[in-house]
Design a protein around this ligand. Structure first.
Ligand code: IPD
Ligand code: CA
Length: 263
């Protein structure tokens, strides 16, 4: 088994190359390739091209590892390690030209199923801002060259991130969750990229984050960033229609946020 720090180095190297490709394609203009689970759920040509690049680079460097990607599906490996990848998290921002999107790459061990794996390394890069968040198991979380930690709570209430699913049928429940959370919030942000929301919790730029409906590639890297920064993450609650609730925060806020965000 490689050291988690080696996997982190590889994740960062591939995220940089992938991020550069995404940024370049963005400047050339974005083509919507298809809609997915709902009309609002889109995939661009760049999502596919960037995932192909990441998948190729991982296969070159670690041919025995498995892969689980948003756009090209899953492949089991023989090594016990699986790479969980979102080539462009925040695709709608990307398509609209909002510079809040990220390449998210995680290496996990064990069953490649959210809630069952152990994350070993992760990188989340916003190519538009240059923010690079990285972590490895036991190695802490870093934003660029600076080690970061989750925030402490203040009397002003928590600055919280959240998101909404693409399926309009889920919006009422998502909004009811926001209403339940508001009493403990100083304000709520909906930035549009879950991987970055989690990275911001890790770096203390948000006090907490909650969202129901995340996919494994949305949170695989970001959750490790949070725990290695001293925070806590819950991913176990899956509702009757398969929507997973993800809650992340520093230790002082976590239980309170989990209680109000759960339904
Ligand atoms: C989406 C973003 C968004 C979150 C959605 C995700 P995508 O990922 O992370 O912030 O609210 O739940 O599906 O589609 O941009 O990769
Ligand atoms: Ca995503």
């Amino acid at each position: 088994m490689p050291a988690p720090s080696e996997l982190e180095t590889l994740a960062v190297e591939i995220a940089r190359e992938a991020g550069e490709l995404a940024r370049r394609r963005r400047t050339e203009g974005v083509a919507i390739a298809a809609t997915k689970s709902a009309l609002a759920d889109i995939v661009t040509e760049a999502d596919r091209e960037v995932e192909d690049l990441i998948r190729r680079r991982i296969a070159e460097a670690r041919p025995d590892d498995g892969f689980l990607g948003e756009e090209s599906g899953a492949e089991r490996g023989a090594s016990g390690i699986t790479w969980v990848v979102d080539p462009i998290d925040g695709t709608v921002n990307y398509a609209y030209g909002i510079p809040v999107y990220a390449v998210s790459i995680a290496a996990v061990q064990g069953e490649p199923v959210a809630g069952e794996w152990e994350a070993l390394a992760g990188a989340v890069l916003n190519p538009a801002s240059g923010e690079l968040f990285r972590a490895s198991l036991g190695g802490g979380t870093w934003l660029g060259d600076v080690r970061v930690e989750v925030s402490e709570v203040t009397d002003a209430g928590a600055l919280l991130g959240t998101g909404f699913g693409y399926d309009p049928a889920t919006h009422a429940a998502d909004l009811a969750r926001v209403a339940r959370v508001m009493p403990i919030a100083r304000d709520v942000r909906r930035a549009g990229a879950a991987a970055l929301d989690l990275a911001y919790v890790a770096a203390g730029k948000l006090d907490g984050y909650f969202e129901r409906g995340l996919q494994p590639w949305d949170h695989a890297a970001g959750a490790l960033l949070v725990t290695e920064a001293g925070g806590r993450v819950a991913v176990d609650d899956v509702d009757a229609i398969g929507r997973r609730l993800v809650v992340a925060a520093g230790p002082a806020l976590f239980e309170r946020l989990l209680a109000v965000a759960s339904d």
